[in-house]
Design a binder for this molecule. Structure first.
Ligand SMILES: *Cc1c(COP(=O)(O)O)cnc(C)c1O
Length: 434
């Protein structure tokens, strides 16, 4: 076998076909069509439990918030509910989807750097449990609207700790000049806290930060924790207010390639917990409730995208192209971030990976690349090409560019297969055209 499998839910079966949670992907492609998002429900649940157990072991009081922008559809919120998770939502659309799935509104945390008046009103009317407020003007709106509805709204404040997490610039969010939150360095964060405390219909719970994404190193979390606990001590001294919640955000790394490691979540949480305990003691504050917000790492490895291979092109002396019947419309991440992906031919999973090619999509853009320079099995028209670790930020970033239909999404588990999202139809495409 020449395939180094990335995650324990991926395997090669007796037919030499790639399988996810024991389900033959070639059969899935045949039955449900391509492109197809396959999500391993058991893997998602396993990851939820891994996080929950890890924080339970290391903290007296902690919560895991699923950052649902990573993968948002009703079935995901049902799983999150059953697993006892809280969720982050960043838009009215995500809140609506969660509530439609029966997810308890009080366990929703409403994020976002630019919540408009109507968004805030929607969330308050629907009983969203907590806002992660981004700026003072937002607090004014939350206070005013809460008053109108006779409510007091719980809030966390998004703080910019001033950390460069050494990841890709577009997914780094903790530096001072970020569009998110208020910075400690400029003094705006302290004013933000004072502002929150001055509002009668705002109940300040604590502070939040999120320093980036795809981190395999506890260091950015440790740095953030040191800065945030010091800031909590300053708040205590200058505002006589003790924070009850410290939310350290998400950004835990996921293995996309065989050359990358598989992050040990339990170890990561343990390392962070040591710093939390130490810095809380050093700064003379009482232990707050600790929150983490993993998105990617809860769902990425659960997902695989299946495509059908189209017309292979060889340009002698230059390169080979393997085009698939999807592309940046269902996975824009290489185009956006040059994200790495591991690809294989699902129906030839045991064959030698000695064909060098760019796997490209069908959109009318040269930049429509799923993954350049892959070593893959020799492909031909009609083969099933699998792209691994697509559970996060693929379906949720999909579009109808070029009027491609959004793929179906199926949930697989040891119990079977069920459709989570139906394939779009041509009628869906023109539904709102007048
Ligand atoms: C995107 C985001 C997350 C999740 O990040 P991952 O890298 O997917 O874990 C968590 N918190 C906030 C505020 C975010 O914006």
């Amino acid at each position: 076998m020449n395939t180094q499998l990335l995650h324990d839910n991926y395997s090669i079966n007796e037919k030499g076909h790639f399988a996810v949670r024991g389900h033959d992907t070639v059969e899935l492609a045949e039955k449900y069509g391509t492109p197809l998002y396959v999500i391993d429900e058991d893997k998602v649940r396993e990851m939820c439990r891994t996080y929950k157990n890890a924080v339970k072991k290391h903290f007296d009081d902690a919560d895991i918030l699923y950052a649902s922008k990573a993968l948002s559809f009703k079935g995901m919120y049902e799983i999150a509910k059953e697993e006892g998770m809280c969720v982050d939502a960043v838009s009215v659309g995500e809140i609506y989807t969660a509530i439609s799935a029966g997810f308890p509104a009080e366990r929703i945390y409403f994020h976002g750097n630019n919540k408009m008046y109507e968004d805030i009103e929607f969330a308050i009317k629907n009983g969203v449990g907590c806002f992660v407020a981004d700026n003072c003007e937002e607090l004014d709106f939350i206070d005013e609207i809460s008053k109108k509805y006779g409510k007091t709204q719980n809030v966390l404040l998004r703080i910019t700790p001033g950390i460069d997490p050494h990841t890709h610039a577009k997914i780094a969010t903790g530096n001072v000049d970020s569009k998110f939150g208020e910075a400690i360095e400029t003094g705006q964060a302290l004013d933000f806290v004072k502002h929150a405390l001055s509002k009668a219909n705002v109940n300040l719970l604590g502070i939040h930060c999120h320093v980036g994404s795809q981190s395999f190193d506890p260091q950015p979390f440790i740095d953030a924790c040191e800065i945030m606990t010091k800031f909590a001590a300053e708040i205590k001294e200058k505002c006589s207010y003790k924070i009850k919640v410290l939310d350290l955000g998400g950004g835990f790394g996921v293995r996309y390639l065989p050359t990358e490691e598989n992050l040990d979540i339990e170890w990561m949480i343990c390392e962070i917990a040591k710093t939390v305990k130490k810095t809380v003691a050093d700064n003379g504050i009482s232990m707050p409730k600790i929150m983490f917000e993993p998105g990617r790492s809860l769902v990425a490895a659960a997902g695989v995208t299946l495509y059908t291979v189209g017309h292979i092109k060889t340009i002698p002396g230059y390169k080979n192209y393997i085009p698939v019947n999807g592309g940046m419309s269902d996975n824009p991440r290489y185009a956006l971030y040059e994200s790495p992906y591991y690809c294989l031919i699902a129906n030839k999973a045991n064959e030698e990976m000695n064909f060098h090619a760019d796997v490209v999509g069908s959109c009318c853009e040269s930049g429509d690349i799923i993954q350049p320079d892959v070593d893959i099995q020799k492909a031909q028209y009609g083969d099933i090409l699998a792209v691994c670790v697509t559970g996060a930020y693929n379906y949720s970033m999909s579009s109808n560019y070029n009027r491609f239909l959004k793929p179906a999404l199926v949930l697989v588990s040891k119990d079977g297969v069920r459709v989570g999202v139906k394939r779009e139809t041509l009628e869906d495409l023109t539904r709102n055209d007048v």
